[in-house]
Design a protein around this ligand. Structure first.
Ligand code: 5U1
Length: 711
């Protein structure tokens, strides 16, 4: 939020809709609104600046602020000295030493469209009384925390927040930990560069921020360690800078882009004609200048810059909320001077907000392709991050509990960088909206899958899953794709696209239907033809003959990968024996714990799943019963490495078989490796094996070796 900063257009003569000025009496209703707005804004200033815990999005705050300004412009006799509009910035923080800025830290006026930008240039030209083209320096407006860095004799002596623009807070201890902030500048012009000598006293300004990736990583780590998580990178940066213990800042990925400098003493050293020249020197002295920075001429080129930047916004690893356009020549800047709170030579061209407020109308539950059930908020449609959004993910029930969300709540939606919008915060209901308080309703996970009606079951501590694996329409495509994949029944040619075509065309509904497909049906498909259809029919036919482990793996039983499928097949020998086993019996299988046992038992007991299994067998899917093999330890303690391509089994399959013999399968070759299984295309691992004289066998030998051991 740009509290009391980013001075509104009304400060600029001739900008936007001019308020109707007058000294008429203030109607009771307007007086009431003025008072309420001042109270609300003061409250949100405190939340934002002092607690780092804003409750409303920036756009909402800006709306309140703009409305207050409008009313005050209409009734100037009622502007009070304590009105939030009379501040340069927010309330200073407490707990830190106060620092008076030698040069006040102004904020930026802002515009939202092309016409406003054109007006900006027209005003500049009028004030300069010149029609000459204007050179501008354009840069991204970083959504971070503005800071002032003071260097004396090239040494960083103090870092301060902007505070209220006149005085800020001393945060030197934290800023010192940021690697983009030089602690000492080169004492004199560096040999071999044209860097000027650093002025005796120099103030550098910039924006401290947390990158998107750094923010995600910091939040992920905090979630694991039980530390504080933040709603967005800006809050994370602000929250970090206001820590008393600099070790916290040191442990978080803060960065800084500088955006300007003031020479406080010693200006004879740097003859800067332009901002562009200033940036060049700052860069030579070791500051980080934004790589998007661009010098252009005329307002049209500024717009081109802003639009190109907006198009690239999601791809940047830091958050921006607009473009900053500044007159490049320092002499012209001096001539243009300042308004009450903002320079006349600079403008923020604002981009669509990435966080906005809206209402949760309902919460629905979506079934993913693997059966995970995810709550999704249906929203009062709202424009955020450049698009209109009507849904936001809620991830899981734990997230709903963390947010304290109920249907009917007002929430902050965030859509930044990533495409999926999310709910980041419930806006505290202050009790004024009695109706909302009454109508808020609790969000509960449904007992039945919304797609197929099968029972919904917990999956671990946080997730829920539909138990209708083989029959649930939401999971249909994934179930069929998995069943036909390489480690399972391996139907060659039946890939993702074809599965999609067959399901969407209504030709198959579950895995058993694959074995009832007709040549004519396939040949009639788009991009298929007679020859391909015949090939696929042959592949389907070939897949009828399989093995029990492959069949079990193909069923997609939750928690059953290739290794567990092999363990189950080896333990029970036949499907009938497995179908007869209860959870307790299943637990006696090597490496099968209570959770897996319960999942397998539940899956195999579902009538719908048994029906599909029976139909598969009726369609001719068969296998030789597996020899009941006790888990072996013939390879106990031996280390194998797989490399290259295995053509007759998947890697997981090979790994599972080795493990069932007690071997360990490692990822790299070392002196400790006993065997390397090398397929075609084996590279450095094979070289290493040869170098270390480790025994190597090819797939052929490996298969013989497995057969020898009953695998
Ligand atoms: N990138 C950038 N952000 N920013 C903020 N430049 C910039 N300049 C500012 C502010 C407040 O102010 C100067 C124009 C004084």
């Amino acid at each position: 939020m740009t509290v009391g900063s980013d001075s509104e257009q009304s400060e600029e003569e001739g900008l936007g809709q001019a308020p109707v000025r007058g000294l008429g009496p203030l109607p009771q209703q307007d007086l009431q609104e003025l008072t309420t707005l001042r109270q609300q804004i003061t409250h949100h200033d405190y939340l934002y600046h002092t607690l780092d815990a804003p409750e409303i999005p920036d756009v909402e705050y800006d709306r309140l602020f703009a409305r207050l300004e409008q009313l005050e412009a209409q009734y100037p006799q009622f502007v009070t000295l304590d009105s939030p509009t009379q501040r340069v910035g927010g309330t200073p923080l407490s707990g830190f030493a106060q620092v008076t800025h030698e040069v006040p830290m102004m904020s930026l006026a802002k515009v939202f469209d092309e016409a406003d930008l054109v007006d900006f240039e027209a005003r500049i030209k009028k004030r300069l009384d010149s029609a000459a083209p204007i050179a501008y320096s354009c840069e991204p407006k970083i959504d971070g925390v503005a800071v002032s860095l003071l260097y004396e004799e090239g040494v960083l002596v103090r870092a301060a927040t902007r505070g209220d623009g006149l005085s800020g807070e001393d945060i030197t201890h934290n800023v010192r930990t940021i690697r983009d902030v030089p602690l000492r500048l080169p004492a004199s012009a560096r040999a071999g560069t044209d860097a000027p000598a650093v002025p005796r006293r120099l103030e550098v300004r910039g924006e401290i921020y947390m990158s998107r990736s750094g923010f995600e990583a910091a939040n992920a780590q905090a979630a694991v360690t039980g530390g504080k998580t933040f709603v967005n990178p800006r809050n994370a940066a602000a929250g970090t800078l206001r820590q008393l213990d600099p070790r916290i800042a040191a442990s978080r990925p803060l960065r800084m882009f500088c955006y300007g400098a003031n020479i406080l003493e010693g200006d004879e050293t740097v003859p800067w004609p332009t901002l562009t020249a200033t940036f060049a020197s700052l860069q030579q002295w070791g500051f980080v200048v934004n790589p998007e920075l661009q010098a252009v001429t005329g307002v049209t080129q500024c717009l081109v810059f802003a639009q190109a930047l907006l198009a690239r916004r999601d791809g940047l690893d830091y958050e921006i909320d607009g473009a900053v356009i500044k007159v490049d020549r320092l002499q012209l800047q001096a001539e243009l001077g300042f308004n009450a709170r903002t320079p006349r030579w600079a403008m923020a061209y604002k981009f669509p907000a990435e966080e906005v407020a809206t209402e949760v109308r309902d919460v629905e539950f979506q079934v993913g392709r693997t059966g995970t059930i995810t709550p999704v908020a249906r929203l009062e449609p709202v424009f955020v991050g450049g698009v209109t959004v009507s849904n936001a993910t809620l991830h899981n029930m734990a997230e709903i509990a963390r947010l304290g969300l109920r249907i009917g709540d007002r929430v902050i939606i965030r859509r930044a960088g990533d495409v999926i919008p999310k709910v980041v915060k419930v806006i505290e209901n202050d009790g004024t909206n009695k109706e909302a308080l009454v109508t808020r309703s609790e969000i509960l996970m449904p007992a039945q899958c919304p797609a197929c009606g099968s029972a919904v079951e917990p999956d671990g501590d946080i997730l829920f899953r539909c138990s209708g694996g083989l029959v649930c329409p939401a999971q249909r495509k994934e179930a069929i794709r998995h069943f036909c994949a390489r480690g399972a029944l391996d139907v060659e040619g039946l890939g993702d696209k074809l599965v999609e075509q067959l399901v969407d065309g209504g030709l198959i509904h579950d895995v058993a239907d694959v074995f009832h497909l007709q040549h004519a049906q396939l040949a009639a498909l788009e991009r298929m033809g007679d020859k391909s259809a015949a090939k696929l029919m042959a592949a389907i036919d070939k897949a009828r003959s399989t093995t029990l482990p492959r069949f079990l793996f193909g069923l997609g039983i939750p928690e059953v990968g290739e290794a567990t499928a092999l363990a189950l097949a080896s333990h029970f020998g036949s499907l009938e024996a497995l179908l007869a086993a209860d959870a307790a019996t299943l637990e006696s299988v090597e490496d099968v714990g209570p959770i897996v046992a319960a999942r397998v038992a539940h899956f195999l007991q579902q009538a719908a799943n048994r029906d599909v299994i029976a139909r598969l067998r009726d369609a001719g899917v068969h296998w030789a019963d597996q020899a009941v093999v006790a888990q072996s330890d013939v390879l106990a303690g031996q280390i194998f490495v797989l490399t290259g391509t295995l053509e007759r089994m998947t890697r997981d399959d090979a790994k599972a078989r080795l493990q069932s013999l007690g071997a360990k399968v490692a990822g790299s070759v070392s002196k400790k490796t006993d065997w390397v299984i090398a397929g075609p295309g084996a590279g450095s691992k094979l070289d290493k094996a040869v170098e270390l004289e480790v025994s190597v066998m090819d797939e052929e030998a490996f298969l013989a070796f497995l057969a020898e051991h009953g695998k």
